[in-house]
Write a new protein. Structure first.
Length: 307
């Protein structure tokens, strides 16, 4: 039984906690948050101990931690636990800068503890199927990709989310990290060049609420990403153009153009459960698909070219 601690009891913490509860190979033993009420709400279902400060954890009673913290705290908390020999699953984005990523990687290498980054969207079955379609060349060669994601980005965000120093960036850092991950995961290609334009047309904060970027991928493939966080409805669509066909992902649903129309091929989304299973494999020294720190660093390196 792998014993897990959790730091941060915000919105994403419930998804991690539910995944732990559904997995017979692990248990949640403690959780920390400065808001004790939030931590207690999650801990109640697990019989976990509650703390206001993760530095009060009994690290000897745990094997690993999951970090759901503001981006600017990822480096500090990851290094703290890695130096104590605990495995770490750190939510994306890995950190605010490439330099912080390097410090986290160095701490993992020095301690020998396992570090993984929570780029969870690779576990959408729709993305897995697109990856297979590309590898199989079912519709010929991949030519280009376009992803569009819109939402009213600012309302409900905590103050740190709207500070570049604390969040590393705005919509490009937060949602763009997912977009880059989806492109890299499905294609398996490298980014040779990236260009971007960012803006904040709606608030006085120093983070971008709109961004577009263009990628030149290896093999002559191009990809573009449009992220708009103005006062508009939420949408999410990825289009893959091939020499002999088109494939779309809308939300978590896979749509393939067949016989003159787009046909739904469904999609499932036990993202956090599947990611947790792979993280546990990593902790046991088994082959795992959970995202590596080198991969998380590459996402930050690319984003920092346009933010």
């Amino acid at each position: 039984m792998i014993r897990i601690g959790m730091v941060g009891a915000g919105g994403i913490a419930r998804s991690h906690a539910d995944a732990i509860k559904s997995n017979p190979d692990c248990s949640l033993v403690c959780i920390a948050d400065i808001n004790l009420e939030k931590a207690e709400q999650i801990a109640r279902d697990h019989g976990a101990h509650v703390f206001s400060d993760y530095k009060n954890f009994d690290c000897a009673s745990m094997d690993a931690v999951i970090l759901n913290l503001p981006h600017y705290l990822h480096r500090e908390a990851s290094i703290y636990f890695l130096e104590r020999g605990l495995g770490v699953l750190c939510e994306k984005p890995m950190a605010c800068t490439v330099e912080e990523c390097d410090e986290m990687i160095a701490a993992a290498e020095k301690s020998g503890a396992r570090l993984a980054i929570g780029h969870v969207q690779k576990y959408y079955t729709a993305l897995e199927r697109v990856r297979e379609i590309i590898e199989e060349k079912r519709f010929g060669a991949l030519v280009m990709i376009h992803e569009t994601r819109t939402k009213d980005y600012v309302p409900g965000r905590p103050a740190w989310f709207l500070s570049k120093q604390m969040a590393g960036g705005g919509i490009a850092m937060n949602l763009g990290a997912h977009s880059l991950d989806r492109i890299l995961y499905t294609t398996g290609l490298e980014v040779e060049e990236i260009y971007g334009i960012t803006a904040n047309p709606i608030t006085g904060h120093d983070v971008e609420t709109a961004a577009q970027f263009l990628l030149k991928l290896s093999g002559g493939v191009s990809a573009s990403v449009t992220l708009c966080g103005t006062h508009i409805p939420a949408t999410h669509e990825s289009i893959y153009y091939f020499t002999d066909g088109i494939v779309k992902i809308v939300g978590d649903e896979l749509l393939i153009y067949e016989d003159g129309r787009f046909v739904s091929h469904g999609g499932t989304r036990d993202l956090f459960g599947r990611q947790l299973t792979e993280f546990l494999k990593l902790l046991r020294g088994e082959e795992s698909t959970v995202c590596t720190p080198a991969y998380g660093r590459e996402i930050i390196r690319l984003l920092k070219k346009i933010i």
